[in-house]
Design a protein around this ligand. Structure first.
Ligand code: CAA
Ligand code: FAD
Length: 380
Protein backbone atom coordinates (compact mmCIF):
# COMPACT_ATOMS: atom_id res chain seq x y z
CA UNK A 1 0.00 0.00 0.00
CA UNK A 2 1.46 3.35 -1.05
CA UNK A 3 -0.07 6.58 0.28
CA UNK A 4 2.40 8.91 -1.45
CA UNK A 5 1.68 11.03 -4.53
CA UNK A 6 3.71 10.71 -7.73
CA UNK A 7 5.54 13.76 -9.10
CA UNK A 8 2.78 14.11 -11.68
CA UNK A 9 0.04 14.12 -9.04
CA UNK A 10 1.90 16.78 -7.06
CA UNK A 11 2.21 18.93 -10.19
CA UNK A 12 -1.49 18.62 -10.95
CA UNK A 13 -2.37 19.55 -7.38
CA UNK A 14 -0.17 22.63 -7.58
CA UNK A 15 -1.54 23.66 -10.98
CA UNK A 16 -5.15 23.31 -9.81
CA UNK A 17 -4.36 25.10 -6.54
CA UNK A 18 -2.72 28.01 -8.40
CA UNK A 19 -5.62 28.22 -10.83
CA UNK A 20 -8.13 28.28 -7.96
CA UNK A 21 -6.27 31.07 -6.15
CA UNK A 22 -5.39 33.18 -9.19
CA UNK A 23 -8.35 32.67 -11.51
CA UNK A 24 -11.30 31.48 -9.45
CA UNK A 25 -11.00 33.32 -6.15
CA UNK A 26 -11.13 36.83 -7.67
CA UNK A 27 -14.80 37.42 -8.45
CA UNK A 28 -16.15 34.21 -6.90
CA UNK A 29 -18.47 36.10 -4.53
CA UNK A 30 -19.74 38.37 -7.32
CA UNK A 31 -20.35 35.45 -9.68
CA UNK A 32 -22.30 33.67 -6.94
CA UNK A 33 -24.42 36.72 -6.24
CA UNK A 34 -25.09 37.55 -9.89
CA UNK A 35 -25.51 33.86 -10.87
CA UNK A 36 -22.84 34.47 -13.48
CA UNK A 37 -21.47 31.48 -15.36
CA UNK A 38 -17.62 31.36 -15.20
CA UNK A 39 -17.18 31.64 -18.97
CA UNK A 40 -13.59 32.92 -19.01
CA UNK A 41 -12.48 30.52 -16.29
CA UNK A 42 -13.93 27.51 -18.12
CA UNK A 43 -12.22 28.59 -21.33
CA UNK A 44 -8.86 28.73 -19.52
CA UNK A 45 -9.47 25.39 -17.81
CA UNK A 46 -10.07 23.90 -21.26
CA UNK A 47 -6.80 25.36 -22.56
CA UNK A 48 -4.97 23.88 -19.56
CA UNK A 49 -6.42 20.41 -20.20
CA UNK A 50 -8.77 20.25 -17.21
CA UNK A 51 -11.93 19.54 -19.21
CA UNK A 52 -10.84 16.22 -20.68
CA UNK A 53 -8.45 15.09 -17.98
CA UNK A 54 -9.02 11.34 -18.32
CA UNK A 55 -9.59 11.33 -22.07
CA UNK A 56 -7.04 9.73 -24.38
CA UNK A 57 -4.74 12.35 -26.01
CA UNK A 58 -5.76 10.98 -29.42
CA UNK A 59 -9.16 12.60 -28.73
CA UNK A 60 -7.54 15.82 -27.43
CA UNK A 61 -7.65 14.73 -23.79
CA UNK A 62 -4.93 14.91 -21.15
CA UNK A 63 -4.66 11.13 -20.70
CA UNK A 64 -4.46 11.26 -16.92
CA UNK A 65 -5.75 8.86 -14.31
CA UNK A 66 -8.82 9.26 -12.13
CA UNK A 67 -6.68 10.11 -9.11
CA UNK A 68 -5.35 13.18 -10.97
CA UNK A 69 -8.92 14.17 -11.72
CA UNK A 70 -10.07 13.95 -8.09
CA UNK A 71 -7.00 15.86 -6.91
CA UNK A 72 -7.88 18.67 -9.33
CA UNK A 73 -11.57 18.54 -8.38
CA UNK A 74 -10.69 18.89 -4.69
CA UNK A 75 -8.48 21.93 -5.27
CA UNK A 76 -10.93 23.74 -7.57
CA UNK A 77 -13.86 22.98 -5.24
CA UNK A 78 -12.07 24.45 -2.22
CA UNK A 79 -12.61 27.81 -3.86
CA UNK A 80 -15.43 27.58 -6.41
CA UNK A 81 -17.86 24.67 -6.61
CA UNK A 82 -19.88 26.43 -9.33
CA UNK A 83 -16.89 26.04 -11.63
CA UNK A 84 -15.93 22.58 -10.44
CA UNK A 85 -19.36 21.13 -11.25
CA UNK A 86 -18.85 22.18 -14.88
CA UNK A 87 -15.48 20.42 -14.82
CA UNK A 88 -17.03 17.34 -13.24
CA UNK A 89 -19.93 17.00 -15.67
CA UNK A 90 -17.75 17.56 -18.73
CA UNK A 91 -15.04 15.16 -17.57
CA UNK A 92 -16.80 12.27 -15.95
CA UNK A 93 -20.31 12.24 -17.37
CA UNK A 94 -19.84 13.52 -20.90
CA UNK A 95 -16.24 12.83 -22.01
CA UNK A 96 -15.87 9.59 -20.08
CA UNK A 97 -19.32 8.34 -21.16
CA UNK A 98 -18.52 9.01 -24.80
CA UNK A 99 -15.04 7.55 -24.64
CA UNK A 100 -16.16 4.39 -22.86
CA UNK A 101 -19.31 3.68 -24.86
CA UNK A 102 -19.36 5.84 -28.00
CA UNK A 103 -18.19 4.60 -31.41
CA UNK A 104 -15.14 5.92 -33.25
CA UNK A 105 -17.16 8.34 -35.41
CA UNK A 106 -18.89 9.82 -32.36
CA UNK A 107 -15.55 10.20 -30.61
CA UNK A 108 -14.01 11.98 -33.60
CA UNK A 109 -17.02 14.20 -34.12
CA UNK A 110 -17.90 15.09 -30.51
CA UNK A 111 -15.35 13.89 -27.95
CA UNK A 112 -12.42 15.69 -29.59
CA UNK A 113 -14.23 19.03 -29.20
CA UNK A 114 -15.47 18.30 -25.69
CA UNK A 115 -12.15 17.10 -24.29
CA UNK A 116 -10.29 20.15 -25.58
CA UNK A 117 -12.89 22.47 -24.06
CA UNK A 118 -13.82 23.91 -27.46
CA UNK A 119 -17.40 23.13 -26.42
CA UNK A 120 -18.89 21.81 -23.20
CA UNK A 121 -21.40 19.05 -22.68
CA UNK A 122 -24.43 18.20 -20.57
CA UNK A 123 -25.80 14.92 -19.24
CA UNK A 124 -29.57 14.77 -19.32
CA UNK A 125 -31.24 12.04 -17.29
CA UNK A 126 -33.54 13.80 -14.78
CA UNK A 127 -37.12 14.73 -15.58
CA UNK A 128 -39.97 16.30 -13.63
CA UNK A 129 -41.32 12.80 -12.90
CA UNK A 130 -38.07 10.83 -13.03
CA UNK A 131 -35.39 12.01 -10.61
CA UNK A 132 -34.29 9.31 -8.17
CA UNK A 133 -36.68 6.96 -9.94
CA UNK A 134 -34.62 7.21 -13.10
CA UNK A 135 -36.14 4.27 -14.98
CA UNK A 136 -39.50 6.13 -15.14
CA UNK A 137 -38.42 8.09 -18.21
CA UNK A 138 -41.27 10.02 -19.83
CA UNK A 139 -39.18 11.54 -22.63
CA UNK A 140 -39.60 9.41 -25.73
CA UNK A 141 -37.24 8.66 -28.60
CA UNK A 142 -39.41 6.94 -31.19
CA UNK A 143 -37.56 4.82 -33.75
CA UNK A 144 -38.26 6.07 -37.30
CA UNK A 145 -35.76 3.97 -39.19
CA UNK A 146 -32.72 6.12 -39.79
CA UNK A 147 -33.57 8.58 -37.00
CA UNK A 148 -35.37 9.02 -33.68
CA UNK A 149 -38.06 11.57 -32.91
CA UNK A 150 -37.42 12.98 -29.46
CA UNK A 151 -40.22 14.47 -27.31
CA UNK A 152 -40.32 15.45 -23.66
CA UNK A 153 -38.80 17.57 -20.93
CA UNK A 154 -35.60 17.20 -18.93
CA UNK A 155 -35.04 19.29 -15.83
CA UNK A 156 -32.19 20.40 -13.60
CA UNK A 157 -29.63 20.10 -16.38
CA UNK A 158 -26.17 21.42 -15.43
CA UNK A 159 -24.59 23.39 -18.31
CA UNK A 160 -28.14 23.42 -19.72
CA UNK A 161 -27.75 26.80 -21.40
CA UNK A 162 -24.04 26.84 -22.11
CA UNK A 163 -23.49 23.34 -23.49
CA UNK A 164 -23.36 22.58 -27.19
CA UNK A 165 -23.59 18.81 -26.90
CA UNK A 166 -26.20 17.00 -24.78
CA UNK A 167 -26.33 13.31 -23.90
CA UNK A 168 -30.07 12.70 -23.58
CA UNK A 169 -31.65 9.59 -22.07
CA UNK A 170 -35.08 8.69 -23.44
CA UNK A 171 -37.55 5.81 -23.67
CA UNK A 172 -37.86 4.12 -27.05
CA UNK A 173 -39.87 1.02 -26.16
CA UNK A 174 -41.92 1.35 -22.96
CA UNK A 175 -42.84 -2.34 -22.92
CA UNK A 176 -39.18 -3.25 -22.46
CA UNK A 177 -38.89 -1.04 -19.33
CA UNK A 178 -35.33 0.07 -18.64
CA UNK A 179 -34.12 -2.19 -21.47
CA UNK A 180 -36.07 0.02 -23.90
CA UNK A 181 -34.18 3.20 -23.00
CA UNK A 182 -31.61 4.86 -25.30
CA UNK A 183 -28.92 7.53 -24.90
CA UNK A 184 -28.75 10.01 -27.79
CA UNK A 185 -26.28 12.75 -28.65
CA UNK A 186 -28.26 15.93 -29.27
CA UNK A 187 -26.75 19.15 -30.58
CA UNK A 188 -27.78 22.64 -29.58
CA UNK A 189 -29.73 24.20 -32.42
CA UNK A 190 -31.40 21.02 -33.63
CA UNK A 191 -34.93 22.10 -34.70
CA UNK A 192 -37.45 21.60 -31.87
CA UNK A 193 -34.84 21.74 -29.08
CA UNK A 194 -35.57 24.57 -26.64
CA UNK A 195 -33.77 25.64 -23.50
CA UNK A 196 -35.99 26.61 -20.55
CA UNK A 197 -35.33 29.37 -18.02
CA UNK A 198 -32.31 29.29 -15.72
CA UNK A 199 -32.96 28.07 -12.14
CA UNK A 200 -32.40 30.51 -9.26
CA UNK A 201 -30.56 28.28 -6.79
CA UNK A 202 -29.49 28.13 -3.12
CA UNK A 203 -25.91 27.17 -4.02
CA UNK A 204 -23.55 26.63 -6.95
CA UNK A 205 -25.25 29.75 -8.26
CA UNK A 206 -22.57 30.42 -10.87
CA UNK A 207 -23.43 27.15 -12.57
CA UNK A 208 -26.04 27.08 -15.24
CA UNK A 209 -29.07 24.85 -14.51
CA UNK A 210 -31.97 24.67 -16.96
CA UNK A 211 -34.86 22.53 -18.06
CA UNK A 212 -34.73 21.37 -21.68
CA UNK A 213 -37.73 20.87 -23.94
CA UNK A 214 -37.76 18.57 -26.96
CA UNK A 215 -40.54 18.97 -29.51
CA UNK A 216 -40.27 16.46 -32.35
CA UNK A 217 -36.48 16.76 -32.46
CA UNK A 218 -35.07 14.61 -35.27
CA UNK A 219 -31.94 12.85 -34.02
CA UNK A 220 -29.98 10.71 -36.52
CA UNK A 221 -29.61 7.09 -35.52
CA UNK A 222 -25.83 7.37 -35.73
CA UNK A 223 -26.14 9.59 -32.62
CA UNK A 224 -27.29 6.70 -30.44
CA UNK A 225 -24.66 5.60 -27.92
CA UNK A 226 -24.23 1.82 -27.84
CA UNK A 227 -26.71 -0.85 -28.87
CA UNK A 228 -30.46 -0.31 -28.94
CA UNK A 229 -31.71 -0.39 -25.32
CA UNK A 230 -28.32 0.35 -23.73
CA UNK A 231 -29.31 3.86 -22.55
CA UNK A 232 -30.15 3.09 -18.93
CA UNK A 233 -27.01 1.02 -18.37
CA UNK A 234 -25.05 3.80 -20.06
CA UNK A 235 -26.49 6.27 -17.52
CA UNK A 236 -25.83 4.03 -14.52
CA UNK A 237 -22.29 3.07 -15.52
CA UNK A 238 -21.42 6.67 -16.33
CA UNK A 239 -22.92 7.92 -13.08
CA UNK A 240 -20.74 5.55 -11.05
CA UNK A 241 -17.71 7.52 -12.26
CA UNK A 242 -19.56 10.83 -11.98
CA UNK A 243 -20.16 10.14 -8.30
CA UNK A 244 -16.39 9.98 -7.73
CA UNK A 245 -16.15 13.50 -9.17
CA UNK A 246 -18.97 14.82 -6.97
CA UNK A 247 -17.46 13.09 -3.93
CA UNK A 248 -14.21 14.95 -4.71
CA UNK A 249 -16.18 18.16 -5.06
CA UNK A 250 -17.74 17.60 -1.62
CA UNK A 251 -14.31 16.84 -0.19
CA UNK A 252 -12.96 20.07 -1.65
CA UNK A 253 -15.83 22.15 -0.25
CA UNK A 254 -15.20 20.62 3.20
CA UNK A 255 -11.44 21.11 2.99
CA UNK A 256 -11.85 24.71 1.79
CA UNK A 257 -14.15 25.56 4.70
CA UNK A 258 -11.83 23.81 7.17
CA UNK A 259 -8.78 25.75 5.96
CA UNK A 260 -10.65 29.05 6.36
CA UNK A 261 -11.91 28.09 9.82
CA UNK A 262 -8.46 26.96 10.95
CA UNK A 263 -6.87 30.25 9.87
CA UNK A 264 -9.65 32.35 11.41
CA UNK A 265 -9.49 30.50 14.71
CA UNK A 266 -5.80 31.35 15.05
CA UNK A 267 -6.43 35.06 14.38
CA UNK A 268 -9.68 35.91 16.11
CA UNK A 269 -9.40 36.65 19.81
CA UNK A 270 -12.09 36.29 22.48
CA UNK A 271 -11.64 36.30 26.26
CA UNK A 272 -8.01 37.37 25.88
CA UNK A 273 -6.86 34.55 23.63
CA UNK A 274 -7.20 33.18 20.08
CA UNK A 275 -10.45 31.25 19.82
CA UNK A 276 -8.48 28.14 18.76
CA UNK A 277 -7.29 28.01 22.38
CA UNK A 278 -10.85 27.38 23.54
CA UNK A 279 -11.26 23.65 23.60
CA UNK A 280 -14.79 23.82 22.15
CA UNK A 281 -13.31 25.35 18.99
CA UNK A 282 -10.19 23.15 18.94
CA UNK A 283 -12.38 20.04 19.16
CA UNK A 284 -14.51 21.21 16.25
CA UNK A 285 -11.31 21.56 14.22
CA UNK A 286 -10.18 18.10 15.33
CA UNK A 287 -13.50 16.56 14.23
CA UNK A 288 -13.35 18.36 10.88
CA UNK A 289 -9.78 17.22 10.29
CA UNK A 290 -10.55 13.55 10.98
CA UNK A 291 -13.73 13.54 8.89
CA UNK A 292 -12.05 15.21 5.93
CA UNK A 293 -9.18 12.74 6.03
CA UNK A 294 -11.65 9.83 6.16
CA UNK A 295 -13.60 11.29 3.24
CA UNK A 296 -10.37 11.79 1.27
CA UNK A 297 -9.45 8.14 1.78
CA UNK A 298 -12.83 7.00 0.45
CA UNK A 299 -12.56 9.32 -2.57
CA UNK A 300 -9.00 8.22 -3.40
CA UNK A 301 -9.93 4.58 -2.88
CA UNK A 302 -12.76 4.83 -5.37
CA UNK A 303 -10.55 6.62 -7.91
CA UNK A 304 -7.96 3.90 -7.41
CA UNK A 305 -10.58 1.17 -7.92
CA UNK A 306 -11.50 2.78 -11.24
CA UNK A 307 -7.88 3.18 -12.32
CA UNK A 308 -7.17 -0.46 -11.45
CA UNK A 309 -10.09 -1.65 -13.57
CA UNK A 310 -11.95 -2.88 -10.48
CA UNK A 311 -15.68 -2.42 -9.93
CA UNK A 312 -16.30 0.99 -8.35
CA UNK A 313 -20.11 1.12 -8.08
CA UNK A 314 -19.93 0.50 -4.33
CA UNK A 315 -16.86 2.57 -3.52
CA UNK A 316 -18.12 5.59 -5.50
CA UNK A 317 -21.50 5.49 -3.71
CA UNK A 318 -19.71 5.23 -0.35
CA UNK A 319 -17.38 8.11 -1.19
CA UNK A 320 -20.22 10.36 -2.33
CA UNK A 321 -22.47 9.52 0.62
CA UNK A 322 -19.77 10.16 3.20
CA UNK A 323 -17.96 13.11 1.61
CA UNK A 324 -21.22 15.00 1.03
CA UNK A 325 -22.19 14.55 4.70
CA UNK A 326 -18.73 15.75 5.73
CA UNK A 327 -19.12 18.76 3.41
CA UNK A 328 -22.40 19.67 5.07
CA UNK A 329 -21.18 19.15 8.65
CA UNK A 330 -17.86 20.90 8.11
CA UNK A 331 -19.27 23.96 6.41
CA UNK A 332 -21.90 24.44 9.14
CA UNK A 333 -19.16 24.30 11.79
CA UNK A 334 -16.92 26.60 9.75
CA UNK A 335 -19.69 29.21 9.79
CA UNK A 336 -20.02 28.71 13.56
CA UNK A 337 -16.28 29.21 14.11
CA UNK A 338 -16.48 32.47 12.16
CA UNK A 339 -19.27 33.77 14.42
CA UNK A 340 -21.09 36.74 12.87
CA UNK A 341 -18.47 36.98 10.14
CA UNK A 342 -19.48 33.51 9.04
CA UNK A 343 -22.92 34.81 8.18
CA UNK A 344 -21.75 37.39 5.65
CA UNK A 345 -20.47 36.87 2.14
CA UNK A 346 -16.93 38.29 2.49
CA UNK A 347 -15.67 35.32 4.51
CA UNK A 348 -16.69 32.67 1.93
CA UNK A 349 -17.89 30.05 4.42
CA UNK A 350 -21.61 30.87 4.05
CA UNK A 351 -21.25 30.23 0.29
CA UNK A 352 -19.41 26.98 0.90
CA UNK A 353 -22.23 25.94 3.25
CA UNK A 354 -24.85 26.69 0.59
CA UNK A 355 -22.77 24.91 -2.07
CA UNK A 356 -22.27 21.84 0.15
CA UNK A 357 -25.98 20.97 0.14
CA UNK A 358 -26.17 20.08 -3.54
CA UNK A 359 -23.58 17.34 -3.12
CA UNK A 360 -26.19 15.40 -1.10
CA UNK A 361 -28.73 15.75 -3.90
CA UNK A 362 -27.30 15.51 -7.41
CA UNK A 363 -25.87 12.44 -9.14
CA UNK A 364 -28.09 10.43 -6.79
CA UNK A 365 -29.31 11.68 -3.41
CA UNK A 366 -27.81 10.33 -0.19
CA UNK A 367 -30.83 8.05 0.16
CA UNK A 368 -30.13 6.65 -3.33
CA UNK A 369 -26.46 6.07 -2.44
CA UNK A 370 -27.69 4.05 0.55
CA UNK A 371 -29.86 1.99 -1.79
CA UNK A 372 -26.83 1.30 -4.01
CA UNK A 373 -24.63 0.48 -0.99
CA UNK A 374 -27.18 -1.72 0.81
CA UNK A 375 -28.04 -3.67 -2.36
CA UNK A 376 -24.36 -4.26 -2.98
CA UNK A 377 -23.53 -5.49 0.52
CA UNK A 378 -26.66 -7.62 0.77
CA UNK A 379 -25.91 -9.22 -2.61
CA UNK A 380 -22.41 -10.09 -1.45
N1 CAA B 1 -23.96 -0.36 -13.75
C1 CAA B 1 -24.57 -1.13 -14.67
N2 CAA B 1 -25.88 -1.45 -14.60
C2 CAA B 1 -26.58 -0.98 -13.56
C3 CAA B 1 -26.00 -0.19 -12.56
C4 CAA B 1 -24.63 0.11 -12.68
N3 CAA B 1 -23.99 0.88 -11.81
N4 CAA B 1 -26.95 0.12 -11.65
C5 CAA B 1 -28.09 -0.46 -12.06
N5 CAA B 1 -27.85 -1.13 -13.23
C6 CAA B 1 -28.78 -1.92 -14.02
C7 CAA B 1 -29.36 -3.08 -13.20
O1 CAA B 1 -28.48 -4.18 -13.23
C8 CAA B 1 -30.66 -3.34 -13.92
O2 CAA B 1 -30.42 -4.07 -15.10
P1 CAA B 1 -30.87 -5.64 -15.24
O3 CAA B 1 -32.35 -5.66 -15.05
O4 CAA B 1 -30.41 -6.00 -16.62
O5 CAA B 1 -30.15 -6.34 -14.14
C9 CAA B 1 -31.09 -1.95 -14.36
O6 CAA B 1 -29.92 -1.14 -14.35
C10 CAA B 1 -32.13 -1.36 -13.43
O7 CAA B 1 -31.55 -1.34 -12.15
P2 CAA B 1 -32.43 -1.44 -10.84
O8 CAA B 1 -33.40 -2.56 -10.94
O9 CAA B 1 -31.50 -1.44 -9.68
O10 CAA B 1 -33.27 -0.08 -10.97
P3 CAA B 1 -34.04 0.77 -9.91
O11 CAA B 1 -35.25 1.30 -10.55
O12 CAA B 1 -34.20 0.02 -8.62
O13 CAA B 1 -33.07 2.06 -9.70
C11 CAA B 1 -31.23 3.32 -8.89
C12 CAA B 1 -31.74 1.98 -9.39
C13 CAA B 1 -29.82 3.04 -8.37
C14 CAA B 1 -32.07 3.87 -7.76
C15 CAA B 1 -31.16 4.31 -10.07
O14 CAA B 1 -32.45 4.62 -10.55
C16 CAA B 1 -30.45 5.60 -9.71
O15 CAA B 1 -29.22 5.64 -9.71
N6 CAA B 1 -31.19 6.72 -9.41
C17 CAA B 1 -30.57 8.00 -9.18
C18 CAA B 1 -30.48 8.78 -10.47
C19 CAA B 1 -29.32 9.72 -10.50
O16 CAA B 1 -28.27 9.47 -9.94
N7 CAA B 1 -29.47 10.81 -11.23
C20 CAA B 1 -28.40 11.71 -11.45
C21 CAA B 1 -28.67 12.56 -12.65
S1 CAA B 1 -27.21 13.30 -13.34
C22 CAA B 1 -26.79 14.54 -12.29
O17 CAA B 1 -27.36 14.69 -11.25
C23 CAA B 1 -25.62 15.39 -12.74
C24 CAA B 1 -25.36 16.54 -11.89
O18 CAA B 1 -26.12 16.89 -11.02
C25 CAA B 1 -24.18 17.33 -12.05
P1 FAD C 1 -36.89 12.92 -5.87
O1 FAD C 1 -36.47 11.74 -6.61
O2 FAD C 1 -38.30 13.38 -6.02
O3 FAD C 1 -36.57 12.70 -4.33
C1 FAD C 1 -37.17 13.49 -3.30
C2 FAD C 1 -36.70 12.92 -1.95
O4 FAD C 1 -37.17 11.57 -1.83
C3 FAD C 1 -35.17 12.83 -1.84
O5 FAD C 1 -34.79 13.07 -0.51
C4 FAD C 1 -34.88 11.39 -2.21
O6 FAD C 1 -33.67 10.91 -1.68
C5 FAD C 1 -36.08 10.69 -1.60
N1 FAD C 1 -36.34 9.41 -2.25
C6 FAD C 1 -36.76 9.18 -3.52
N2 FAD C 1 -36.85 7.85 -3.74
C7 FAD C 1 -36.48 7.23 -2.60
C8 FAD C 1 -36.36 5.87 -2.19
N3 FAD C 1 -36.63 4.84 -3.02
N4 FAD C 1 -35.96 5.60 -0.93
C9 FAD C 1 -35.66 6.62 -0.08
N5 FAD C 1 -35.75 7.93 -0.39
C10 FAD C 1 -36.15 8.22 -1.65
N6 FAD C 1 -29.87 15.75 -13.38
C11 FAD C 1 -29.37 15.43 -14.61
O7 FAD C 1 -29.83 14.49 -15.23
N7 FAD C 1 -28.34 16.15 -15.13
C12 FAD C 1 -27.78 17.19 -14.49
O8 FAD C 1 -26.85 17.80 -15.02
C13 FAD C 1 -28.30 17.57 -13.22
N8 FAD C 1 -27.80 18.64 -12.57
C14 FAD C 1 -28.42 19.07 -11.43
C15 FAD C 1 -28.05 20.29 -10.85
C16 FAD C 1 -28.74 20.79 -9.76
C17 FAD C 1 -28.36 22.10 -9.18
C18 FAD C 1 -29.82 20.04 -9.20
C19 FAD C 1 -30.62 20.56 -8.03
C20 FAD C 1 -30.16 18.82 -9.73
C21 FAD C 1 -29.47 18.33 -10.86
N9 FAD C 1 -29.88 17.15 -11.48
C22 FAD C 1 -29.36 16.80 -12.70
C23 FAD C 1 -30.99 16.40 -10.95
C24 FAD C 1 -30.63 15.54 -9.73
O9 FAD C 1 -29.88 14.43 -10.12
C25 FAD C 1 -31.96 15.15 -9.06
O10 FAD C 1 -32.47 16.31 -8.44
C26 FAD C 1 -31.78 14.03 -8.06
O11 FAD C 1 -31.42 12.82 -8.69
C27 FAD C 1 -33.04 13.82 -7.21
O12 FAD C 1 -34.19 13.73 -8.00
P2 FAD C 1 -35.48 14.64 -7.64
O13 FAD C 1 -35.04 16.03 -7.51
O14 FAD C 1 -36.55 14.33 -8.61
O15 FAD C 1 -35.93 14.15 -6.20
Amino acid sequence: MDFSFSEEHLMIRQAARDFAQNELLPGVIERDEAQKFPTEQIKKLGELGFLGMMTDPKYNGSGMDTLSYVIAMEELSKVDASTSVVVSVNNSLVCWGLEAFGNEEQKQKYLTRLASGEVIGAFCLSEPEAGSDATSQKTTAIDKGDHYILNGTKNWITNGGTADIYLVIAQTDREKGHKGINALIVEKGMPGFEIGPKENKLGIRGSDTHSLIFNDVKVPKENRIGEDGFGFKFAMKTLSGGRIGIAAQALGIAAGAYELALKYSKERKAFGTEIANHQAIAFKLADMHVQIEAARNLVYRSAWDKDQGKNYDLSSAMAKLYASQVAMDTTVEAVQIHGGNGFVKDYHVERLMRDAKITQIYEGTSEIQKIVISRSILKD
